[in-house]
Design a protein around this ligand. Sequence first.
Ligand SMILES: [Mn+2]
Length: 658
Amino acid sequence: MSRRRTSIHEQCRPGTDMAWRNMTRWLAHLEKEGELLRISEPVDVELEAGAIADRLVKSGGKAVIFEKPRLPNGEISEIPLAMNLFGSHDRTLRALGASHPTEVGDRLVALMKPDIGGIVKKPWTGLPLLRDAISMPPKKVWKGSCQRVKMELDVTKLPIPKTWPMDGGRYITLPLVVTKDPKSGEHNLGMYRGQIFGPKEVGLHWQIHKHGADHAAAWPDGKMPVAICIGGPPELIFSAIAPLPDNLEEYMFAGFLGKRRLRITKALTQDLMVPADADVVIEGWVDATKTRTEGPFGDHFGFYSLTGQYPVLNVTAVTRRKNAVLPATIVGQPPMEDGYLGEAIGKQFRPILSFQHRDVLDLHLPLETGFHNLAIVKSKQRYPRQARKTCLGLLGAGQMMFLKILIATDENPSDLESLLDVLNDRVDPNSDITIIEGMVSDSLEPASTFENVHSKLIIDATKLVTADPRSGDPLEGSFVEDCPPWRKGEEDAPGISESLVAEIKELDGVEDALLLRNSMLIVTVEIEGRPDPRTGAQWPNEIDAEAQRNKINQLRNSIWQLDSKNSLRWLFVTDNDLDLHGEGVNRRLLWQLTSRFAVERDFIVENGRIFWDATTPIPSNDGPTPVRRWPAITMHDPETLQSIERFNLPPWPDNLVM
Ligand SMILES: [Mn+2]
């Protein structure tokens, strides 16, 4: 590499061989491209900044830098706050230093390929090889720019936002949490939100499934060193959220992404190495045996994640770069910035996924469903039921263990219309549905019957291959399995008529109905005592819950009765807060039908028909399956929405809930 000094702008061209190296360069690039909104008048870090960022991301707008973030005590922070830095497809791609959506994954696969013969024979050798392939050890430097300014021991002075009105406090939303393995000393970088409890205390929300929690569980008694780094080059932020195997260090991956060894330096008060170019570093220790109530927090499913017990970081140093900027994000009802981040990461890792799961041809995790609720999988389908096997394999791949619904298709998985077609034409409820009970779920999944445990639904909407027993062309010595002709593609799939839909609309309790395809109906209802979207429901209400169950059952039975030919194969019921004929209804449908729904409670197959209840469940103990406390939906206060009108912002899109 040439040592010639180049100007910042020269270094900031997207798609070149350059890494961003620090946050300043990324911001300079955004500014040059006209994608950075500077707000120089004071903006409250509590609620205002988040609402502005939300409006910008929802309208496909610019990144924003708040030059004078106003702290809750009225002081102006000495550090600017930056939000929506990655809030579009194109911006995430450039932040990754990539010029096309699978560049990173292609580079990784290329590194692994020399031994491709061995991997095909012994696929389990792939992971260590991935680690060897990325032989980019971080580079230790004596002085990190992240330690240039030593700050007062008071994290409340940082411009950390509170993004939603019912949040338990202010949260670090893009934290890079550094932990290390007590035995090997290997470092991990993970993104676990940090709740500001006080000047020297930060809550650490590492979920039980995360690598940081694994380190904590292995830590011997005593003070475990932990650092929360904020900012730094985008490649560092991406490496913290990338779905890396536990044996691949994020520091190495950051070097790989940036095509240059990551600079790290010794923390000042803890035995840890931290990224030298982070904007802010909060050092401290954790007693892994002690916890405190953390939450609630308006989260990426569009719900407040409820309170839970999590460990606390006891702060021993706060340092920063000279021109530090503190990046933050807001999560909530999609589309949100984390959706774009997740989508970009998903695409970039697709080649690796296909390398390890060789039957996966394509995969779509719609950002409208918060990623973990739904995966649409296009699989190789050479032998009978191969797609089902592929789906099961995916459930073992990293974060995909959290998926609730998997749909296998032969069509383009990103095309929602074609998805509806195949669900209508190629799903026989009697034989294309697989439910796996009692599996791992995300701690943030509110609909699951139990925290961290739920059932999974696999829907096989693929064409039948010739060797399938249903194809009618049995293999020697095998039998034919019953299969309706439409499932074989021999005739059009049966459905119901518009006049039947009109009759259904007249039924007691039906507010509105929409026929998505000829065998797929969605019905909205009013549920008395439904948890208020603004507050949620903490405690069981057995009377309302029973009335809800009765109403839904009655409705189901009446509709089934009207459809005497069993031609309605999909019946979805949801609350009447969804306008079935409004603009953008499909995106909202994806969110609503998957987020208020638990497979173990709300899914019934009877007489070749599927019933899917996506009404907000009322907490209850007495029903056939319990319903936990229900979280509030993230919504801005009317006063906040009013106060941000003083800025010249693009309008809210009109297909949103709030
Ligand atoms: Mn890790």
